[in-house]
Design a protein around this ligand. Structure first.
Ligand code: ZN
Length: 308
């Protein structure tokens, strides 16, 4: 009897599987490291092994999957972090599970995280949302009318690669220069800080650390260190400029801010708002900005949402 849904979050370092009841109550979470050997060829097999250790395959009604790369219409284009090129995950997993009746859906992890927040997180009750994840890179997810929007090339919402900076000209992993990710992700904030520290005569406690994190920059900005404040404000100004553009395209009910940088809470939202409102039409008096609440579990909840 089919009595479970699974929400699977395939990340570059670990794979997390959420076991849900048919009324989508989270029953258990299982985790394994991501085996990236031979171009990630073993990943789907190891997922099957893990599931089969815990439940019978024919007890599964549906599986939702989030992957770290562009996906459109359930087709994965590439996941560099997993070693995957173009991959029909739905077809392959059905074959591996030897069960054609299981419903399987795949989406990009940032979109899946946004779905998770709408489903069980801070955006519960909203149907239009934009989520930005400020981590090593910057991910973006779009939900319209409660549906995940992936776009024809699977890059809908991927604001991390919007060109926004012509001042620092930092190289991005995507091969371009001046992407939002280079100046406003956790990594970007550190890179920006290093440029500021090199170019400014101001003293700063940051100079004490040869290898500091974005958290250090934010902590010192909170403590009102002038240079740290200037650096973090600049990063959030860039982000706000892009979010203002998003407003004119989809005008979401809520902007959800997730990823490591969002741990700074309202401090982040205040900085974004300071730069956002002057950039949108004056009659927009209040935009909903909220910090994501599901953290690392957004992926499994969102993946379950895909197939609920
Ligand atoms: Zn880029």
């Amino acid at each position: 009897m089919r009595k479970y849904n699974l929400g699977i979050d395939i990340g570059g370092t670990s794979i997390k599987i959420g076991l849900f009841s048919l009324d989508n109550f989270l029953l258990d979470i299982w985790k394994i490291p991501t085996n990236k050997a031979s171009y990630g060829d073993k990943i789907l097999f190891e997922i099957k092994e893990l599931i089969a250790e815990k439940i019978a395959i024919n007890e599964i009604r549906a599986i939702g999957i989030g992957v770290p790369g562009p996906v459109a219409k359930n087709m994965v284009f590439s996941c560099v972090n997993l070693g995957w090129g173009e991959k029909d995950v739905v077809k392959e997993l059905k074959e591996i599970l030897e069960d054609d009746e299981i419903i399987i859906k795949v989406a990009n992890d940032a979109n899946v995280a946004a779905a998770g927040e709408i489903y069980q997180g801070v955006a519960k009750g909203y149907i239009n949302a934009f989520m930005v994840t400020l981590g090593t890179g910057i991910g973006g997810g779009v939900i319209i009318d409660g549906k995940v929007v992936d776009g024809i090339n699977g890059v809908a919402g991927e604001i991390g690669h919007t060109h926004i900076d012509d001042l620092f000209n930092l190289n991005c992993n995507c091969g371009k220069i001046g992407c939002l990710e280079t100046v406003a992700s956790a990594t970007g904030i550190v890179r920006l800080a290093k440029v500021y520290l090199n170019n400014s005569p101001l003293p700063s406690p940051l100079r004490r650390y040869p290898d500091f994190s974005a958290k250090k920059v934010i902590d010192y900005a909170k403590d009102e260190d002038p240079l740290a404040m200037e650096i973090f404000d600049k990063a959030m100004e860039y982000l706000a400029r892009v979010l203002a553009k998003v407003t004119y395209i989809i005008n979401p009910d809520i902007f959800i801010i997730g990823g490591g940088v969002s741990n700074a809470g309202n401090f982040v939202i205040e900085r974004i708002e300071q730069y956002y409102y002057p950039l949108v039409v004056p009659f927009i008096k209040k935009t909903n900005f909220a910090i994501a609440t599901l953290g690392n579990n957004a992926g499994i909840y969102g993946a379950c949402y895909l197939v609920k």
